[in-house]
Design a protein around this ligand. Structure first.
Ligand code: GTP
Ligand code: MG
Length: 201
């Protein structure tokens, strides 16, 4: 796979302009500001392919990145960004429903969780959703997507806390044998190979 051959293929607000679903698709989900867009840049070794910002809630659209015509990474808008404008939040929910009910080609869920804190209730909600999605695939004899939980901003936690956080994430998200956990830092480039291995193997 030639990572240099990565492009932002299309940015969408709804399924009417989603790209075709012929490529395996790996979808990034996580709280707003957890580091989804930064992870895309780190994974692809690019500085500014994905737009990042210290202001939460910047990615309000679904971005499809095409990696060498082999797979797609999908950057979903982050959850948990409490905007006072109700209309905006509903459109976020609509966007999620639109995405998850229209993509049979989801090959993996890359769920990002901030390594500095224990998983929050929205992380648990997402984890339950992913698990039920996987179970539904199992029951219907469809291929089961992978689930990788990525602990982000690992450069910010003490080495001595790593094991505790991994175990806590495992327990709180109740992942059993469903998911692998990868420790990651876009800043210090930790976990990039580990994550690629999880995606491609
Ligand atoms: P939304 O698009 O708002 O959902 O956010 P996002 O999840 O795409 O987060 P983004 O990648 O834009 O990063 C948010 C902030 O966290 C930025 O200020 C980044 O510089 C910072 N950040 C991202 N990854 C890391 C990391 O590995 N380590 C540290 N220390 N900061 C990071
Ligand atoms: Mg983003």
């Amino acid at each position: 796979m030639n990572l240099h051959n990565s492009i932002l293929e299309i940015s969408c607000v709804n399924s009417s302009n989603f790209p075709d679903n012929t490529l395996p698709e790996y979808v990034l989900c996580g709280r707003s500001n957890v580091g989804k867009s930064s992870l895309i840049n780190a994974l692809l070794n690019r500085k500014k392919l994905a737009y990042t910002s210290s202001t939460p809630g910047k990615t309000r659209i679904i971005n499809f990145y095409n990696i060498d015509e082999k797979l797609r990474l999908v950057d979903l808008p982050g959850y948990g960004y409490a905007k006072t404008d109700k209309k905006e939040r509903y459109s976020w929910q609509d966007m999620m429903n639109d995405y998850f009910s229209n993509r049979e080609n989801i090959s993996g869920f890359l769920q990002l969780v901030d390594s500095r804190h224990e998983p929050q209730s929205l992380d648990m909600t997402m984890a339950r959703y992913i698990k039920s999605y996987m179970e539904n695939c199992y029951e219907n004899n469809l291929s089961i997507p992978k689930w990788v939980i990525i602990l982000t901003k690992a450069d910010k936690i003490k080495k001595s806390e790593i094991e505790m956080r991994i175990k806590q994430t495992h327990d709180i998200l109740n992942i059993g044998n469903y998911a692998n956990i990868v420790l990651f830092s876009s800043v210090k480039k930790i976990g990039i190979e580990d994550l690629w291995e999880n995606i491609t193997n």
